[in-house]
Design a binder for this molecule. Structure first.
Ligand code: CDP
Ligand code: CDP
Length: 231
């Protein structure tokens, strides 16, 4: 069978990482969480105490940064300059600031180059905001994952409360709306549905149902590609 890459985009909390990871496991493809890369840069800038208005210092730091994604027994690890930051990049502070950091051209240029490098070496399942529209415009399978804001907020609040964070659903909803808006309105590679992406609405669907739906789309596309057609 011919392996092809899958691009998954959508707003925060739509289920992208959860579903992308499981799809990648089923297909034995590498999973690339591009949001984790933007979070890693944000973590580094916070550590270094850099002002998020300071364009040139941000550019210098991001240029020299060593960001690696690795798979340790099915668990995604994120390393920044050799340090494991997998947990730290999910903190509320990083979450609050990541959409400010992801607006910068130097940040996007560096991370998009790394993302394309991964996809050059092998077929991947890559999730983010601009994968189908910008990072992998030739991907044969493009999914735009959505869910109602209410369900996305409920999912995220459950996740955070399980981790012990004292946060209300109203706070989470506000944060999601604000972040989506910044991601949609930024100048460079904003969050949007690629014209050739298929929309998968995950509202009221289980993770298993969504994974199955994406696998069906993928198998249809591979059948078309192996017949020499356009997927
Ligand atoms: O998992 P969650 O929806 O909270 O977000 P994420 O996928 O970890 O992404 C965090 C942030 O990184 C997003 O809100 C965007 O600002 C940025 N991002 C981006 O600009 N482009 C991508 N391809 C992926 C993420
Ligand atoms: O990556 P993204 O921000 O799009 O979402 P996620 O972090 O994969 O998913 C957010 C939460 O929703 C996780 O706790 C998932 O387990 C949950 N989820 C769900 O309950 N039902 C789905 N169909 C997909 C995700």
């Amino acid at each position: 069978m011919q392996y092809i890459s899958i691009a998954i985009d959508g707003p925060a909390g739509a289920g992208k990482s959860t579903v992308a990871k499981q799809v990648a496991e089923c297909l034995h493809l590498m999973y690339i969480d591009t949001g984790a890369m933007y979070r890693a840069v944000t973590w580094k800038l916070l550590q270094a105490g850099v002002s998020l208005e300071d364009n040139s210092t941000i550019g210098e730091i991001v240029q020299d940064l060593d960001i690696r994604l690795s798979d340790e027994n099915g668990r995604l690890r994120v390393l920044v300059d050799g340090q494991d930051v997998t947990q730290d990049i999910r903190s509320p502070e990083v979450t609050r600031l990541v959409s400010h950091v992801s607006r910068f051209r130097q940040v996007r240029d560096r991370l998009v180059a790394l993302q394309r490098q991964y996809a050059k070496q092998q077929a991947v399942v890559m999730d983010g905001r601009d994968i189908g529209s910008n990072v992998l415009p030739d991907a044969k399978v493009k999914i735009f994952l959505t869910a109602s804001i209410e369900e996305r907020a409920e999912r995220r609040v459950a996740e955070l409360q399980n981790k012990g964070y004292a946060i209300t659903i109203d706070e989470v909803r506000q944060e999601l709306v604000k972040r989506d808006q910044m991601d949609m309105e930024r100048e460079i590679a904003p969050l949007r549905q690629a014209s050739d992406a298929q929309v998968v609405d995950t509202t009221n669907k289980t993770i298993e149902e969504v994974v199955k739906q994406i696998l069906t789309i993928y198998y249809d596309a591979t059948a078309t590609v192996s017949k020499g057609g356009q997927a």
